[in-house]
Design a protein around this ligand. Sequence first.
Ligand SMILES: [Zn+2]
Length: 502
Amino acid sequence: MMNTKKYYITTPLYYVNDKPHIGHAYTTLAADVLARHLRAKDIPVHFQTGTDEHGSNIEKIAREKGIAPKVWCDGISADFRNLWKTLNIKYDYFIRTTDAAHEAGVQAVFEQLIKSGDIYPGSYEGLYCSSCEAFYDEGELKEKNCPVHARPVERVKEETYFFRLSKYGDALLAHYEKHPDFLSPRYRSQELINFVKSGLRDISVSRTKVAWGVPVRSDPKHTVYVWFDALLNYATGAGYNPEHNSPDFPVLWPADVHLVGKEIFRFHGVIWPAMLMALGVELPRKVYAHGWWTINGDKMSKSRGNYIRAEDVVRDYGVDALRYFIFREVPFGQDGDFSMEAFHRRYNADLANDLGNLFSRLMNMAAKYLDHRLPEKPADSEIFRELTSWTPEIHRRIEALQFSEALEKIWQGVSTLNRLVDTKKPWALAKTDPAALKSFLHEMVWCLRLLAAWLDPFMPDTASRMHLQLGVGRTAGGVEPQKVPPLFPRKQEEKTGDPKNN
Ligand SMILES: [Zn+2]
């Protein structure tokens, strides 16, 4: 029997301490673009996302709200799923760390590693950030504060189980050496390599103070440290359990790419592969860390009101405009700034003008002059041949997660077509040379079909509206005879660039 390995893409599990924002949407949308692209090439894909639900932060929030932690998790987890629906994200599996199968997998892993000696009991005293739920070394702090939260850390002593991370330093370095793209993009990898080279210490992987977690089976006063629990989702969600793997596991594993934000690169590039080595499980092929979005030049912060709700942008501009902007504005991997001014500018310039006008001008003429019949693929169109030859590069860019470069190339196509329309002046040809007009529109219809196919992973709604108008998927069909509504109606200037007032 053939079990074709699926291309397995993951996002991090999002922590349910707060509602989703643009940062969460970014990673999940990136996974969606890649997944849609591969599906269009008939490559079987498995795209997993989900929510991370344990730990003292959740316990604390639930206590403050006077509800059970699970009730809180159910609500926020549903918010995430609703947002993914709003953003037209098609994942294959949504995992929650409170799922029974995941919890059973975590427990089995813990027992297995106790047995092998890679997890051992001890006690720990260290500097702890309760927001990260992580211990820090003195040297990692920024002005004595947590480097992520810029908040004071506390000195904590407790009985804990340790994971023998120190044992895996050399093996990790050998793996990075042998697989230079394992840590991507490369400009972020050196920091991790240096961290491993400086010597790894064993890490605490259980808590006795946190009740809201997966209990250690053989020592239930401990619960599994929330990060250790969450990282395992990539394997448990694919059917992994050291006591009884699901038959799906070899179809999905190893993951082809873990997409993560740069703040959790170390967990995914160092701790996670070491955990897999300890379990004797093959490592994922790639961990890719993207950058952060600032809002109007400042760090995104809910408490300071400096954040953007994806739902608001979608309501005002449509989902595809958001999907376009975040991948066009900033190269995936690097940090970027989100401002509604920049968004508005790109919306009107790139979408309403360049793409929208091109499409409606041509489609209105095609509807009028092409007898509503979809012409055959042009045999001798130089422009169609030229654009077709760009497809491999666009595909390569998407597969390398170079989304902005792919969109740049696609927009080069849009500009090329716009320039061609300007020089050919088809509205004048209608009077002077109807045969030349027909043949020009014929070529243009096919170029627009190509454009729609390129746009599909990024802007699936727009692509399907274009395809519908272009008669794709209809055997006897042709271009739509009625007037074509604009793909992206022009918007008036924003009154304010202040996101919280939108
Ligand atoms: Zn922190």
